[in-house]
Ligand binder design. Sequence first.
Ligand code: HC1
Length: 567
Amino acid sequence: MLRAEIDGINLELEENISILDAAKKAKINIPTLCYEEGLSIYGGCRLCVVEIEGEELLKPACATNIKDGMKIQTHSKKVRELRKNLFELIIATHNIDCQLNCLTCSRANNCELKDIAEDIGVSKMRLDPIKRGQSIDNSSYAIIREPEKCISCNRCIRKCEEVQGIGIFTTANRGPETLVTTFKNRGMGNVECTNCGQCILSCPTGALHELYQKDSVLDILNDESKHVVVQTAPAVRVAISEPFSNQAGDISTGQMVTALKRLGFDAVFDTNFAADLTIMEEGTELINRINNNGRLPLFTSCSPGWIKFIEHFYPDYLENLSSAKSPQQMFGAIAKNYYAREEGIDPEDIVVVSIMPCTAKKFESKREEMAGDVDYVLTTRELASIIKSAGIDFLNLEETEYDKLLGVSSGAADIFGTTGGVMEAALRTASELITGKELEKIDFDSVRGLEGIKKAEVDIDGLKLRAAVAHGLGNARKLMEMIKDGEEFDFVEFMACPGGCMGGGGQPISCDDNVLEKRQKAIYEIDKNKKLRKSHENPYIKKLYDEYLEKPGSEIAHKLLHTKYKA
Ligand code: HC1
């Protein structure tokens, strides 16, 4: 044990703890900018400097470990003055003419710079911002980069490289001219970006944000000739309230449906209905591949960031991907065909809008393999912003149920929103369809939790199904290497984002360190409280097959719900 004193508070601390972490234990906030929990220490911004007794130079708290007997001041006069000067320098290299641009900035409502300026006590800027003449990168269907707003904190670089295992960002130039850019400045749409949007969650300034489609959706809602239907992804309902309440883990399904109705959507449906449908199609494919010596392991195909990843880095394994489209795309196909027929609406007049926790879903909807199933994709953040600007008091809304035909789903569909959920949903259905018996225990604990790679062997009446789950592309790469090295599985769930979709790049940006745990708990809570907990028991899925699709894997199901990815 070490002993140290921080701001007059005596602490007993374990070895190898940074001053920053030790201060947190003493409930002392030290401002940081380039630091992010879970990423390597960069120590570039120096805003977290502290004064250590007996040392002349101030030291960065994130990069300096506690030594026994240390006496530290985190907010002395010397510290505060240096922080102020450093902050002004950082801001000068960041073309945030905040007075002009704040109103339209993507981080206007939760700006880290604004918070830090307040913490440090900056009241006026003495330096003029340096304009670097960088133009906006809008080469991607999912993510926009505004280099003039970048302060080179390198968090996007480290997130992309260390967590996602990709590394599309790099730095160019030196000193005040330093820039974060992509390889040969080619643009996000022309490098190996998977569109996962994890960089957006790390960017403190709004230099990275999704490609906005808010205005297009508002315009289409005003077009009387169109029948506009909306679908909401499993993970949106456990995060949409965060921008209103500043608190994670609340379930707001009913309020979200009410808000969408108030915004003027003609029908409010659930992606979860299509998640149940996915289980029927993907489960059938799995059983067929096992019974007919098909290519194994079967890989899930619902995460578009993961699809882009395998296309870029493991094209030899594309045949392992399930041919099932993602629930988002299946929903669009069913809305424009079955729903159109049932309601007597010309499919040309149906517009499908998705609300997704994911930036890559924007890209997915534009893929040529998807044939216009979905017209617009909004992130959870975009929906929150539309709700706010419509003056809707979200937290106090009454609850409404989804519209019926494509709005009823099982708990198995709800858990799609967390890592392990697709696997568990598939196991519930596959077990019962193979054995013809009701499962005694419906929860598959071995695929739950936030461990990066999970493995399980499930005994289905003598059939030993070897399953694996990976979330976050860094873990996906590790699991792919295990598979390349000969480790054998039958079915593998891959999700591009840490935590699965609940941690998607389109979710509200949270400062709660436990946000994923809280959202995950909420997802399992929804599942636990549902009467219907298995995809194959969804009566509206049965109706869809009886009246339209015939049976899982039928010719028409293949035409509408399946696709093939090319390298
Ligand atoms: Fe997901 Fe999916 S679960 S990919 O994580 O299969 O985005 O939430 O909508 O399509 O259902 C995302 C979430 C989502 C699809 C489903």
